[in-house]
Design a binder for this molecule. Structure first.
Ligand code: ADP
Ligand code: MG
Length: 417
């Protein structure tokens, strides 16, 4: 399948000249027969990602969608474009469903939209077994995971249904929201086979990223806080002990500080969290236990006093800064001992049998701390975002004037000796 054909279908049916971010890569992989998982924000154009391959393939594509209200709209739109499509869900009468099934069997459709609950009926499974299914697209795929915000038990039947088919179709899953945990669930529960993973919309342009290796982290922190006196932020530490030590020091220096970790009483944790959120205290010193579900839009900085265990944790924690879209800073203070602590924590984690994955992720975190290249690109690459700019001009690698100045001063010192 050549690119030209894909573009001509895009133009012919949809009237578009070009693809939106990520669409082309996804379509190319589906056409090559590879499973995909696309995590793309609402409005990114996920529908075309499975509709276009459905047109290219022989046979019929099954689209599993939880939104009965939207299925009709989608099918109407497709029909207007001259694409043969139908939906089967509980809004139809039994007679209408029978008719749709009859038509489907005679090869009348390129796409059939179904609600996941259909997969619970024998009649429908039988229909699927009699069709030549090219592709199964799972829309709103986060519904398969209990950790998602919209768990739909019928989604867990999808993999079983597929296993009853004589020929395994390509599987393409899409969602706008997936944490690592949810996307892992999607891959595992849908049994995606070596999926091509594409994520877009991860870039947060208002966040400045920095990695710093100060001789004395505490001095760096005190200096930073002194310079950012009116601002609110989080200081993440790897262990409870460090949280206690750092928050004590900052309190003694007169900063407005509270703290949070799993070793505190439930009552204190709640109180401290509220103190921070409702502006009673400006600075929160915490372990990674803090932050889930908190909604504070004006966090101006997130400082990692230690390197976290992986990039997922880092970006999730750093990403709590600047929810209001205003400029905010994410600074990671790195030292070699952070690696030692993280390795110790991996070894301590007794319910983890296979540690290789943890070590691999830790190494990628260490690489982030040591790269001279654009930090934002490193992050976006990590999350498989495509179409990166070469530099971002808003991270410590891209704006390294400060380092240049320091080197000059060092050089002057050496020369004046
Ligand atoms: P999502 O499911 O990701 O929320 P949709 O598939 O509903 O997004 O598409 C959102 C809008 O973007 C639709 O109006 C669609 O027609 C439009 N769209 C999709 N692909 C393109 C494209 N390549 N160029 C321009 N508009 C597009
Ligand atoms: Mg959609």
């Amino acid at each position: 399948m050549d690119k030209q054909k894909i573009y001509s279908l895009l133009k012919q049916y949809y009237g578009y000249e070009s693809f939106k971010k990520g669409q082309e890569a996804i379509i190319e992989h589906i056409i090559k027969g590879r499973d995909v998982l696309g995590i793309m924000p609402t409005g990114a154009g996920k529908s075309i990602c499975y509709q276009l391959p459905a047109l290219i393939y022989d046979g019929v594509a099954i689209v599993i969608s939880p939104l009965i209200s939207l299925m009709k709209d989608q099918v109407d739109t497709l029909r207007e474009m001259g694409i043969k499509a139908a939906f089967i869900n509980s809004s139809l009468s039994i007679t209408q469903i029978r008719k749709a099934i009859y038509n489907a069997k005679s090869g009348a459709y390129k796409l059939i939209y179904v609600a996941p609950e259909r997969l619970e009926t024998e009649e429908f499974i039988e229909l699927l077994q009699s069709l030549d299914i090219s592709l199964i697209a799972v829309d709103e795929a986060h519904c398969v995971s209990q950790w998602g915000h919209d768990f739909r038990p019928s989604y867990t039947r999808i993999a079983d249904m597929i296993s009853t088919l004589t020929k395994r179709p390509v599987l393409a899953a899409f969602t706008a929201t997936a944490t690592t945990r949810v996307s892992e669930d999607i891959v595992n529960l849908l049994k995606l086979k070596d999926p091509f993973l594409l994520t877009t919309g991860f870039n947060r342009e208002n966040l400045y990223f920095e990695v710093n290796k100060p001789d004395k982290k505490l001095d760096f922190l005190l200096d930073y806080l002194q310079k950012n006196k009116e601002k609110s932020g989080i200081v993440y530490c790897l262990t409870r002990k460090t949280v206690d030590a750092v928050s004590d020091k900052l309190t003694k220096k007169g900063f407005s500080v509270t703290k949070y970790h799993a070793g505190l009483l439930e009552k204190d944790r709640r109180e401290n969290q509220e103190d921070f959120i409702y502006e009673g205290k400006q600075i929160m010193v915490a372990t990674n236990a803090f932050g889930m579900g908190i909604d504070k839009s004006n966090i101006r900085f997130v400082i990692h006093y230690n390197m976290p265990k992986n990039m997922e944790s880092y970006y999730q924690e750093a990403g709590r800064a600047g929810r209001d879209g205003e400029y905010s800073e994410c600074i990671l203070l790195y030292s070699g001992s952070d690696t030692v602590t993280n390795k110790f924590l991996i070894e301590q984690n007794s319910d983890n049998i296979d540690k290789t994955e943890d070590y691999r992720k830790l190494q990628e975190m260490i690489d982030y701390c040591n790269t001279d290249n654009c930090l934002r690109n490193y992050i976006l690459n990590y999350f498989s975002e495509t179409d990166l700019k070469e530099t971002c001009d808003n991270c410590s690698s891209c704006n390294n004037d400060i380092e240049h100045t320091d080197i000059t001063i060092e050089a002057q010192k050496i020369m004046s000796c």
